[in-house]
Design a protein around this ligand. Structure first.
Ligand code: ATP
Ligand code: MG
Length: 454
């Protein structure tokens, strides 16, 4: 199913096409000249344009570049008269992917439309297809089954999805799964990290820029929203967006429209928007840091990934699947794990969630010589975790809280990497802003002689 726009001055032929394509399950709009066609693109951001060449006023050939400037990546089928080979060639050069001849043969049309809007198979959540096994999601816990079910339900709609959960819980993996189970699995999946860049760079990354829009903008550049047309855009760490960027994103959600830096005309986007955050957005809204209207538009559907420590029954299948991935990567065949080691996994709180589990396994496999993974290949924090704290078996009240564990781990890591924050982020598997927040919240400061960074 797709969103189709037909632009043809021949009212009868438009009507026939519209009836046929609607019966095939597509949403179809018609316009009878180029200018009203452009208006329709602004209104509905179609997946596919069927454009007639011969029209009074602007011809289809003249209109084509305007359509693709407004909605880069728009799929186009041209309708050409049989004898008119020259305009057919020109249409293809201008970027039309297919052309069909008049009088229209319905089979030929269906084949062209199908080719462009290829439908994916009917599975709910696609996992483990082909060699893409770094995208396979596993989990047998109730919480994860719920997540898989929701992915299946929302994938086929174009609803905006907000994925929440601590760092390393699998948010990006969920975004991928939604994309691959959706209507346009072969379309682009484009990731934007909203926290990684300074504001102007982020704006140009998202929306693109014209040549000369700012110092260093030597070429015109398409932004991620344009690249994600006919696919999905994944906005990671959305909670870090500045107020100005929040306003611009709201505009995309409201009017499907954005303006590249330095451009006079807005462009249209039909990308599906999926966002993720490890912040509590609701409290950011309450504190006035995040726009409430944007929040409500983003979380039409909310998928929450619980931390790993709250779904420890996922550990065995995760360990199994991650080990297989790691073995393949390192050309190893570690397939056994001692009971003690697995117990240590069960008593550790996993502040870095699945990513931390993955890193732990990776290091352990690298250190092991045989095909068995045992306790002594695990980091000390994990080994100590199974006994609560040093000395073993203290009363429950003497056990550290999660925040204390996190604080100690952050401090230890920073010390180990010589207070190099970039390295610490890598080791801990957290983002820069997250590390910054932890330093602030836990009052951790670098020794003054040692303000190492980057
Ligand atoms: N259920 C799962 N099954 C298999 N692998 C998983 C699962 N969840 C997470 N992973 C793996 O853990 C790692 C972290 O996942 P991902 O990058 O999706 O987390 P995230 O929530 O986006 O983290 P962050 O907030 O730090 O960006 C990835 O390598 C991913 O493949
Ligand atoms: Mg992520």
């Amino acid at each position: 199913m797709g969103n189709v726009l037909i632009v043809d001055d021949d009212v009868a032929s438009c009507r026939t096409l519209q009836l046929h394509l609607s019966a095939e399950g597509h949403q179809v709009r018609v316009a009878h000249d180029v200018n009203s066609g452009l208006d329709a693109v602004r209104a509905v951001a179609p997946d596919l344009l069927i454009l007639d060449i011969r029209m009074p006023g602007k011809s289809g050939l003249e209109g084509l570049p305007e359509f693709t400037a407004l909605l880069p990546g728009l799929h186009v089928i041209m309708i050409t008269a049989f004898h008119d080979m020259e305009s057919t060639i020109e249409a293809v050069q201008l970027g039309a992917e297919e052309y069909i001849h008049k009088p229209i043969d319905i089979d030929e049309l269906d084949a062209a439309v199908d080719k462009i809007l290829r439908q994916s198979s009917g599975e709910l959540v696609r996992t483990g297809c082909g060699d893409a096994d770094h995208l396979t999601m596993v989990g047998g816990s109730r919480a994860m089954k719920e997540v898989f079910k929701t992915i299946g339900l929302v994938a086929r709609s174009r609803a905006t999805v907000l994925i929440t959960g601590e760092s390393g819980t699998g948010k990006e993996l969920v975004a991928h799964a939604i994309h691959r189970s959706g209507e346009r699995p072969d379309g682009p999946f484009v990731v934007v990290n909203c926290a990684a860049l300074v504001e102007t760079l982020l704006e140009s990354d998202m929306f693109g820029h014209e040549k000369g829009a700012f110092t260093g903008a030597v070429h015109r550049q398409l932004g991620k929203f344009a690249l994600a047309n006919n696919g999905t855009i994944f906005l990671d760490e959305i909670g870090e967006l500045s107020p100005a960027m929040q306003a611009k994103l709201l505009r995309v959600l409201q009017y499907k429209e954005f303006t590249p830096l330095g451009a006079k005309q807005p462009q249209v986007s039909n990308a599906r928007i999926i966002t993720a955050t490890n912040l509590d957005l609701e409290s950011r809204v309450a504190a006035g840091h995040f726009r409430e209207d944007l929040y409500y538009r983003l979380q039409v559907v909310n998928i929450h990934l619980p931390p790993l420590r709250e779904r420890l029954e996922d550990l065995p299948p995760l360990v199994d699947s991650l080990l297989r991935r790691i073995n393949k990567e390192l050309h190893r065949s570690v397939s056994l794990i001692t009971r003690e080691a697995l117990e240590a996994f069960h008593s550790y709180p996993w502040p870095g969630n699945v990513r931390e589990l993955e890193n732990t396994l990776l290091k352990a496999v690298a250190l092991s010589s045989g095909n068995t993974l045992s306790l002594d290949q695990l980091p000390r924090t994990l080994r100590a975790g199974s006994a609560g704290a040093e000395g073993g078996g203290p009363p429950a009240s003497a056990l550290p809280t999660l925040a204390e564990l996190e604080r100690n781990q952050v401090r230890k890591t920073l010390e180990a990497v010589g207070w190099h924050k970039g390295k610490a982020c890598e080791v801990l598997g957290v983002s820069r802003p997250r590390l910054r927040r932890m330093l602030r919240d836990y009052g951790i400061e670098a020794p003054s002689a040692n303000e190492a960074d980057d």
